[in-house]
Design a protein around this ligand. Structure first.
Ligand SMILES: *[C@@H]1O[C@H](CO)[C@@H](O)[C@H](O)[C@H]1NC(C)=O
Ligand SMILES: *[C@@H]1O[C@H](CO)[C@@H](O)[C@H](O)[C@H]1NC(C)=O
Ligand SMILES: *[C@@H]1O[C@H](CO)[C@@H](O)[C@H](O)[C@H]1NC(C)=O
Length: 543
């Protein structure tokens, strides 16, 4: 019975033992298994996993006992080796050894193979498509490993321009590889695609992608460059001509263009946003430094060009002006100005028109000063502006206002006149405005004076009652002047023995011009009349 019992127990134990061994046999594996392909720079975790062992102990090694190049993390049933980032030092066989208790030991290895092909090629096209100038295409393949498996193809559309491989490379780490190719573009190459195909062909490595491709249009995104301004018809056009400034540049996409003009005072005037700046009729003030600024918003490049424009020509119409005014009174200070522009600058002559060439007042400048003018300064002034292209002339009248002057009486006939004949007395005077002239006849007997409103007084069939003092008055708002003449009738034509020639005596009285104030006029009149008699006597005229 006991044996049976024992046997049962043993059997049970054996059975259990058999069962246990079947389910929980000590095993290990490395995940991932076999050949591991990792890209340099990424994270690689190797896991050494066990089953069937309660407390395994782990050990990681590389072949030839190189450094592990990673960090080990042990857990109860598994251990990890983390390589972050995985680098060229991790290119080894890794061996994981697991001990379970004293006796049991298992180990496995994996091979870590590395590559690097992280990004697409970068194309740089060095020059624009200017006829006759070569284009250089540069294709860069960043961070390649192993580069001795790299093949590069440059294509223009489907046409292969250039092929290059790096089989001879002896690379030990990632490298950026560059392929350069220059060619002379044809006109129809504009817009064609340049493609760079990079292949990292490693037969026994499983990774994607093994081919990377980048394309760029041949005219895409360059400039601005070779910016310049062309001026038509030239940098020194004649005044009045149309002027066209064209800003020429090489840029893709089309750039923004801003025109500016540098002014003499250093400020800048903004002009239009267009590549052509058109001035229909160039003026002297259009001379100056023009700036064309070109901005490519895609390449974010800016370029400037400048041109100095000098408008040439004969002087434009001279402008004359008078300060304080074209109409002045005697005694005022007057300046006459002439402005005329031209290039080359004009020679200016400013003088009175009626004066001879070098007679004063005369100016070789833009201003003629006439201090304290008199009536003699009045008249037409001219400004002559001249350079090698021609001359321009203009005129202005200086009107100097003054009271009556040089009042004169003339009598016809001037010599003896007989009674019964006709006498004509004419009074003239200068003044500005022209004086109003009138005659008055004074009588001795106190009868009222007779007034004649004409400058010429004619007495026909002269008689004794026509004798007396005749007074001429010249008047304007700036004053008046008077002259007098005395007519004496001494004989009659019918009595030849008594016939004495009619004597006409001139009694000249110069009146001082006075303002129009009644009392003053009255007083001055009296003074003049008195003066007239004494003057006549002083001159010793026959009376
Ligand atoms: C280890 O292997 C067991 C059984 O195959 C599995 O269930 C477990 O998830 C693995 N552990 C790790 C860390 O891979
Ligand atoms: C363009 O260039 C300026 C300075 O040169 C810079 O501040 C700006 O960020 C650039 N813009 C772009 C889009 O590159
Ligand atoms: C004219 O100019 C002189 C000198 O410049 C000055 O003394 C005089 O007062 C001026 N006369 C008038 C009327 O302005």
């Amino acid at each position: 019975m006991r044996r049976n019992e024992k046997t049962n127990v043993e059997n049970a134990a054996e059975f259990t033992s058999v069962l246990f061994t079947v389910v929980k046999a000590f095993e290990m594996e490395i995940i991932p298994a076999g050949r591991i392909v990792a890209q340099i720079g990424e994270t690689l975790i190797l896991t050494c996993n066990t089953t069937g062992c309660a407390s395994p102990s782990f050990s990681w090694r590389t072949q030839m006992d190189n450094p592990l190049g990673g960090t080990v993390n042990n857990n109860r049933t598994y251990s990890t080796l983390t390589m972050n980032p995985v680098s060229i030092v991790n290119s080894h066989d890794y061996l994981c050894t697991v001990f379970c208790g004293e006796k049991e030991k298992k180990e496995k290895s994996v091979k870590v193979k590395l590559y690097s092909f992280p990004s697409d090629p970068v194309i740089e096209i060095s020059s624009s498509l200017v006829a006759g100038e070569p284009v250089t295409v540069i294709c860069k393949i960043p961070d390649v490993y192993p580069s001795d498996h790299l093949e590069v193809l440059l294509k223009k559309e489907e046409h292969v321009l250039h092929e290059e491989n790096f089989y001879e490379d002896d690379s030990t780490n990632t490298e950026t590889k560059t392929v350069t190719y220059s060619f002379n573009p044809m006109a129809d190459d504009i817009g064609k695609e340049i493609t760079c195909v990079a292949k990292l062909l490693i037969a026994n490595m499983d990774f994607e992608p093994k081919e990377r491709v980048t394309s760029q249009k041949l005219n895409a995104n360059f400039g601005p460059q070779n910016t310049m301004i062309t001026a038509s018809p030239g940098n020194s056009p004649m005044e009045g001509d149309p002027l066209k400034l064209t800003c020429v540049t090489e840029s893709s996409p089309l750039p923004q263009i801003v025109w500016r003009k540098h002014l003499a005072d250093e400020s800048i005037q903004h002009l239009i946003k267009n590549n052509v700046l058109s001035i229909p009729h160039a003026n002297f003030t259009d001379s100056g430094l023009y700036i064309c600024e070109v901005i490519n918003l895609i390449t974010n490049k800016t370029e400037k060009a400048t041109v100095d424009i000098v408008i040439q020509g004969a002087p434009n119409t001279a402008e004359l002006s008078i300060e304080p005014s074209t109409t002045v009174q005697e005694g005022q200070n007057v300046s006459i100005q002439c402005s005329a522009e031209s290039n080359p600058p004009p020679k200016i002559i400013l003088r009175r028109k009626s004066d001879s060439a070098d007679m004063w007042p005369y100016s070789e400048g833009r201003m003629l000063l006439l201090p304290s003018v008199t009536f003699l300064n009045g008249g037409d002034y001219e400004c002559v502006a001249e350079n090698k292209f021609g001359k321009s002339k203009s005129e202005i009248t200086l009107n100097v206002e003054y009271g009556p002057k040089n009042t004169m009486i003339s009598v016809i006939p001037a010599t003896a006149v007989k009674e019964g004949e006709t006498v004509t007395m004419k009074c003239t005077s200068s003044g500005n405005p022209a004086p109003v002239i009138s005659w008055k006849k004074k009588t001795v007997t106190g009868e009222p004076e007779k007034i004649f409103k004409d400058a010429t007084l004619t007495i026909q069939n002269i008689k004794s009652q026509d004798l007396g003092l005749y007074e001429c008055e010249a008047y304007n708002q700036f004053g008046k002047e008077e002259k007098a003449v005395k007519l004496l009738v001494e004989g009659r034509l019918e009595k030849p023995d008594q016939m004495i020639p009619l004597i006409i005596a001139f009694s000249c009285v110069t009146a001082i011009a006075v303002p129009v104030v009644a009392i003053l006029i009255y007083m001055s009149r009296k003074a003049k009349i008195n003066g007239s008699y004494s003057l006549v006597k002083a001159l010793g005229l026959k009376v």
